[in-house]
Design a protein around this ligand. Sequence first.
Ligand code: AKG
Ligand code: FE2
Length: 267
Amino acid sequence: MLKHFKNKDTISDICQAIAEDGACIVDGLLKEDLCDELSKDFLGDLEKIDWGIDELGYKNEFYGDQTKRLHGLFSRSTHMETVLTHPLLLGVSRQILLADDKARDIRLSNTELMVLNKNQKNQVFHSDAGSWHRVQKREKLEASPGKGEILVSANCALTDFTENNGATRVVPGSHLWEAGREPTEAEICLAIMKKGSALLYSGNVLHSGGENRTDDIRTGLYLGYAISWLRPIENQLVTNKPEDIFALSAKAQQLLDVVPGGFTVIA
Ligand SMILES: O=C(O)CCC(=O)C(=O)O
Ligand SMILES: [Fe+2]
């Protein structure tokens, strides 16, 4: 079972759960109205793309063939800034990622809208920090316990995540496993949660999108926060209209690494 928290719980308690289990759920992280506004803003763009085809027109086996993914979310919804700068998401990400002596700041790695349709199958288990697999491996080996995290992921439920509609499958404790270990059925938990709740997890924990056996569409809004010396996997100035990015608050621009006059990596 994944531990559940509320907005008013302390950052330290939430980080402690992520350190122990690799993941936890924060109930009611986002207001339901905000979820509805975000969904409304993304709807038109979702209607323009086909199931299973990414924005470049390719089939992406990792994603699956009954899913739609959208990036460049800041130009698609002005509400994204509220999610990006949510105090709890920033607090948890900073506490986990800056636990390391050589960490100075955090950055957004990417955003992704993850929509699962009827008949989407279970996704393959993976860890999101595997995007930088050499760094991931080295940091896990070299760091002392509780340190060496390079990515904190948030999957915010814009619709309910249920047992049957594709709730994310998570393997608690797997952030500490040796590479290559596969979970047994008994080790898998489902991130069942209400609209507005969020699954927060270590970049090292094994997880995957679940199977959607319903007629409903399941929508998750992903944000990945990375240690600032990593290259983000999404270039926001390319996926969005640059003028939309430069219209964001200074705090948001810093997370997106577009503030002029500073170095990205501060040694
Ligand atoms: O859809 C989900 O719940 C998770 C998807 C995922 O983990 C991914 O695509 O990296
Ligand atoms: Fe993932």
